[in-house]
Design a protein around this ligand. Sequence first.
Ligand SMILES: CC(C)(COP(=O)(O)OP(=O)(O)OC[C@H]1O[C@@H](n2cnc3c(N)ncnc32)[C@H](O)[C@@H]1OP(=O)(O)O)[C@@H](O)C(=O)NCCC(=O)NCCS
Length: 334
Amino acid sequence: MGLLEEIKCKAAVRKKTIVLCEGEDKRVIEAAAKITAEGIAKIVLIGNAEECKKVAPHVNLEGVTLIDPLTSEKTAVYANILYEARKAKGMTEEQAKEQAKDRTMFGALMLKAGDVDGYVSGACHSTANTLRPGLQVVKTAPGIKTVSSCFLMIAPEGENKYNPDGVAVFADCAINIEPDAQQLADIAVSSAKTAKAIAGIEPKVAMLSFSTKGSGNDDKFFKSVPKVQEAVALAKEMAPELALDGEFQFDAAVAPEVGQLKAPGSKVAGHANVFVFPNINAGNIGYKIAQRFGGYMAIGPVCQGFARPLNDLSRGCSVEDIVATVAVTALQAE
Ligand SMILES: CC(C)(COP(=O)(O)OP(=O)(O)OC[C@H]1O[C@@H](n2cnc3c(N)ncnc32)[C@H](O)[C@@H]1OP(=O)(O)O)[C@@H](O)C(=O)NCCC(=O)NCCS
């Protein structure tokens, strides 16, 4: 069974409730019906019956809970939660009442209130508009200050000399543009958690750089090597039990012979399966190289570091992508 099928099966056992915020989108409506029919999760769809019928007349939404913020009695309760969360930032009660009617905000407030276990949106909204309600009201998990993202990279069929697990985690390729040392440490700790919970692997985290253990001495101007070195120290403090090391070049991280030569004594060098890139340029380019040249399949971006799971879809997503993202979200739920 492939990893995606495994994720769906594991999700089905957990029976979590996930909110899909975009009941105006045909793909989301179709996915809601499919997820319900296959028993992958219970679905709350934000929209209304008339609208769904118009957009996707062929879809049977039996078993899906439809909720419309414009008529729901919960909207007033959620407006209050929103006001309490944002009043220090200058939000008025009137503004909270208005914003709680927005579907993505309503979904985030359902999650914050504990009425659902996870949130998936973004089929017809930008990343910023999808994540902002979560950043504003759901906030980060205890001990983590940064929301980040990762891709699960599934190896092509056959022997994978440098990736015996057949799956790796790449982070952060989609959210934090130029993370500082503390943010990189947060990304590392969150990625290890995702690797365990979703990919089902024992994480060995490599903090990547163009330098291995101080080999890049001439980075006086950009200070990118000291940043990664500081991140290694911070992450070790945050999660002393974690197999994590760096800074490593990619070959020192995955090739045992190079790892031994360049970072003797490191338990991670040569065996890493979770890769934390120094910034989004490296991460985004890196995962696309693995995809296009290496034949890897990329699942994600999976958001991590939120207090409760919240994921963003690509606007080009398919029904299957939505189903997969809901299954991943269900596995992230406590
Ligand atoms: C994540 C992102 C969407 C947030 O954008 P934004 O809504 O403009 O963020 P803001 O700076 O207005 O911040 C909103 C709130 O979220 C918080 N926040 C922003 N990014 C955060 C992060 N990574 N982790 C935790 N909190 C964060 C801010 O502190 C702020 O909180 P506050 O209002 O309580 O003070 C933005 O970082 C982004 O656009 N990243 C790149 C996404 C992208 O283009 N990816 C490429 C696609 S592959």
